[in-house]
Design a protein around this ligand. Structure first.
Ligand SMILES: [Zn+2]
Length: 238
């Protein structure tokens, strides 16, 4: 037999690790649903799941919290029942919140999201491989393997090194950024060819760099175009 109770914990404050604030913060319960189930033939046997929507009081980020308990979990010293807490989206202190990109080609967006998922789930070798594939993806999208030379002939690069240089030669990236991407390439190469697993801090840095590059190649030009469009519509020709 089951009994549902709505909003029993509404307004309660609990401590939850917030991925935006990067530490444990007070969260307010906005909604709760408690499901209490009793075993039919065992009088003292029960199981409870409480589902809560909680909001961080520091940054307003919303999470979903599940608290599980049952009659077997009574702590004999305190008399209270132990509970298991599950928070979604799953998180650790090192969880990275993936950025939301509005102007990425869909394959690059998928690669980026999967790379972040790998990092957050501690799948570090594939995270490094994903970062390398992201650079490949950018080069492919921008066709940086083919660069037109001054004399009109084409210079075609098949390897990633040449393609990164192509990004710079085509004016898509500055020379400094291209240099940074080469460093990035070494990290990916070591992971893919030597199966050497980079550290989380190396990967975190590499993710930050790739985000910067995605911003500068895709997001900022798109925002600039939008701004120009809005100004034209408003009749501002200055
Ligand atoms: Zn927060």
């Amino acid at each position: 037999m089951g009994i549902d109770t709505e909003n029993k914990s509404k307004g309660d404050i609990c401590k939850v690790l917030c991925t935006d604030c990067k530490h444990e913060t007070n969260h307010e319960v906005l909604y709760s649903l408690l499901l209490h189930k009793k075993e039919e033939f065992e009088e003292y046997s029960w199981h409870e799941d409480e589902y809560q929507v909680v909001r961080c009081l520091g940054c307003n980020e919303i999470s979903f919290r599940i608290i599980k308990s049952d009659s077997e979990l009574q702590n004999l010293e305190t008399g209270y029942y132990d509970v298991a807490e599950i928070i979604y989206p799953r998180r650790t202190k090192e969880t990275i919140n993936g950025k939301i990109y509005l102007n990425l080609p869909s394959t690059i967006k998928t690669l980026y999201n999967e790379t972040i998922d790998c990092y957050n789930n501690n799948i570090l070798l594939l995270c490094a491989a994903g970062l390398r594939s992201l650079i490949e993806g950018i080069c492919q999208d921008k066709e940086s393997g083919t660069v037109l030379k001054d004399d009109g002939t084409k210079n075609i690069s098949k390897n990633l090194e040449g393609k990164i240089n192509g990004l710079y030669k085509k004016g898509i990236l500055t020379e400094d950024y291209a240099k940074v991407l080469h460093e990035h390439r070494y990290l990916g190469n070591k992971a893919v060819h030597e199966l050497s697993i980079p550290s989380r801090s190396e990967l975190e840095l590499a993710i930050g760099i790739i985000e910067h590059i995605l911003d500068s190649i895709y997001e900022i030009p798109a925002k600039g175009n939008k701004l120009m469009h809005l100004r034209k519509r408003a009749g501002d020709k200055t």
